[in-house]
Write a protein that binds this ligand. Sequence first.
Ligand code: MG
Ligand code: ZN
Length: 178
Amino acid sequence: MFVDRDGTLNPDLHYLKESERLELFRGVGLGLRWLRDHGYRILCVTNQSGIERGFYTREDVDRIHRRVNELLRPSGAAVDAFYYCPHAPERGCGCRKPGTDLFRQAEAEWGIDLATSAIVGDRALDIEAGERLGLTTVLVTSPPTLARARRELEAAHVTPDLWAPSFAAAATRILARG
Ligand SMILES: [Mg+2]
Ligand SMILES: [Zn+2]
């Protein structure tokens, strides 16, 4: 099970450097616990171009990821592994979503069966990466982000398999697909 980070697990604070400012959306811990209880590994794939742009360092990003798991612990949930692209888009690397390099790496490292796996994200690039890999794609949107999501999807010519108004709802829908 692949999850995006910013805008999906936590409000997107744009080039966040200080881990103590990070908060999770309500229901994320519960949703992740359900998924893990059903045997899914939780692999977070995130674009962090702020590293190459010099806004923060790899150490800052690692600190934020430790903070995510600290915040998840009371729910009995965790992210099993984080994969991030540190590059600016101009570089044209294969690891920045919608590129699939990090997903392929995670697939190999964790023995993931892509055909039965899914991705939950808040942007068209998450859905686009998921389509390339044959994952079930789930877009999480809230009223403030719905219009942007629709515009992006149209421009990228991609369509999510499922829509959900929250992460917990996304988890419920993934588990309900049977
Ligand atoms: Mg996002
Ligand atoms: Zn990259």
